[in-house]
Design a protein around this ligand. Structure first.
Ligand code: NG6
Ligand code: CA
Length: 513
């Protein structure tokens, strides 16, 4: 009897493994696809072949678009990284709370453990979950006081991610190490890590004082503090040793970890948040890509991003997972050309238009700041590839994907997120009635299919260093969005529309809509 049980047990598990292997995630129920969220950094509306770019080739992203839905009116919730990611992962606008501006590398974890996140939603639904790549939402309990030589007291495991391999902030901010499951990856005990955004550590070189040490890239403005890998950064840092990243290996490293995660979880549903360092500054891709693009390093970084996407697609194909993997590809905010390093991005831009025909850039209240590329592919459900002009926002991913999974959200969570699953899957062209977005100075805009209102705010109309049109004005602004370029302020001509949009924005702020 014992023997029989033993044999049937083995047989059953072998059979299950065999089925799972042969059919990949076909064993998943139809409404439980794997979800791969590919989130680029500073990738603009015009930076991809499928959105009209010709100076850089993006065959892998273009393939994704040609097999899915490509959106022309998709928005990030903010024109910079931290608030945009905060909103996307929590389903709550970042401007509702303090401390959600561009985070330092030693910021405390901004999303608190008790908050509900997109990852929590998948985890509770039985998915294996991971975050790999750029984080930029703080770590630990107290800003500026983390001990980087010990496990961090608050990390992504508290936010629903089973596995994480992340950069604490950005490529241009210390600490320049990967954090794996809340601890420095490849930790080097011979080189303990110290980080400060206040003062340098005695004897450590800086970009400002030791420009001769900047053998890989020099700043064009700012970015003149700690030197790591021949590139100076924002913030001071000491130590790290073998754990320090090499910028040229970041894409390879995160892709390798992503593929390992996918392979390890090929027999159960998974959610992978794959957030690339490309194409944020410092742009210093692997030498396979460097010097290959007529646009220089900015183009090379786009090509490296496309390669990363290609590796993911290829691996899904090899594992038989393509059919039932829902891929969302997008960007955290619009593009910037010179973002503080002398990487020739401006000089070599040529005819390329990073925002396509949109006005403004990263940081802006204009659409160049927040209207981003967005592509959704899910072969099992999306049979007819298409372009969708539906007005959609990343703020809705949480509620939309929750509906897909039949997940119930805890009361009070994700309060700004709405279910637009049908639009996001391209099955409907239903517009979100309005989209709200945030500029660097926290000015809000509200966009409907026809109009966009930008609330009055203080600040320069052009940023000093990046030379970006911000869209800030102390006057109310109203633009006709049937034209992609926000050219003429029509506020005085249409006071009724201004009034209506102001009213709606007020209701959004008050949560009474
Ligand atoms: C700015 C940095 C810029 C970039 C940005 C954050 C300077 C002069 N500029 O303050 O280089 O790091 O912050 O970008 O330091 S984001 O995409 O992560 O929001
Ligand atoms: Ca960004």
């Amino acid at each position: 009897m014992l023997k029989v049980t033993f044999i049937s047990g083995i047989g059953a598990s072998l059979l299950a493994a065999g089925i799972a292997h042969a059919e990949g995630n076909e064993v998943n129920e139809p409404n439980r696809p794997n979800v791969l969220l590919i989130y680029a950094d500073d990738l603009g509306y015009g930076d991809l072949g499928c959105y009209g770019a010709s100076a850089v080739k993006t065959p892998n992203v273009d393939r994704l678009a040609s097999e899915g839905v490509r959106f022309t009116q998709a928005y990030a919730a903010a024109s910079t990284s931290t608030p945009s990611r905060y909103a996307m992962l929590t389903g709550e606008y970042a401007w509702r709370r303090p401390d959600t501006d561009i985070a330092r590398g030693d910021a405390a974890m901004i999303i608190r453990p008790e908050q509900y996140t997109l990852a929590d939603m998948f985890k509770h639904a039985g998915y294996a979950t991971a975050a790999i790549g750029k984080w930029h939402l703080g770590l630990g309990d107290k800003g500026g006081e983390q001990d980087w030589n010990a496990p961090l007291p608050a990390a992504l495991g508290d936010l629903g991610f089973d596995y994480s391999y992340i950069m604490a902030a950005t490529g241009d901010r210390v600490p320049c190490v990967f954090i794996e499951n809340g601890q420095v990856a490849n930790y080097d005990p011979s080189a303990p890590i110290y980080v400060s955004y206040e003062r340098n550590f005695p004897g450590e070189p800086t970009g400002r004082e030791n420009p001769e040490l900047l053998y890989n890239q020099k700043p064009s403005f700012g970015h003149d503090q700690a030197i790591v890998n021949g590139i100076s950064r924002i913030g001071y840092m000491k130590g790290g040793g073998k754990a320090l990243w090499k910028d040229e290996n970041i894409a390879d490293s995160i892709v390798t970890h992503a593929l390992d995660f996918i392979r390890a979880n090929q027999n159960k549903p998974f959610f992978l948040y794959f957030a690339t360092n490309d194409i944020h500054v410092p742009r210093f891709p692997h030498e396979r890509f460097r010097g290959k693009n007529p646009m220089g390093l900015r183009g090379d970084a786009i090509a490296q991003f496309d390669w990363s996407v290609g590796r993911l697609l290829q691996t899904l194909d090899e594992l038989g997972l393509t059919e039932n993997t829902l891929i969302i590809l997008s960007s955290d905010n619009g593009p910037v050309v010179d973002d503080g390093y002398a990487d020739q991005a401006t000089e070599r831009l040529g005819d390329h238009r990073p925002t396509g025909a949109l006005r403004g850039n990263k940081y802006s209240a204009f659409d160049g700041g927040t209207r981003i590329p967005a592509i959704v592919r899910w072969p099992r459900e999306i049979r007819e590839p298409r372009v969708s002009d539906a007005l959609v926002s990343q703020i809705d991913w949480l509620a939309s994907l929750a509906r897909l999974l039949d997940a119930r959200l805890p009361k009070g969570s994700a309060s700004d997120s709405r279910d637009y699953l049908e639009s996001w899957l391209g099955r409907s062209d239903e517009n979100r009635p309005w989209v709200v977005g945030q500029a660097l100075n926290k000015a809000l805009f509200i966009r409907t299919p026809e109009w966009k209102y930008i609330e009055p705010s203080e600040g320069p109309s052009i940023t000093q260093y990046e030379r970006i049109e911000t869209g800030y004005s102390t006057e109310p602004q109203l633009y006709d969005m049937t034209n992609p370029y926000e050219g003429e302020n029509e506020a005085t001509r249409h006071p009724d529309i201004v009034y209506r949009l102001q009213w709606t924005l007020r209701k959004v702020k008050d949560k009474t809509l």
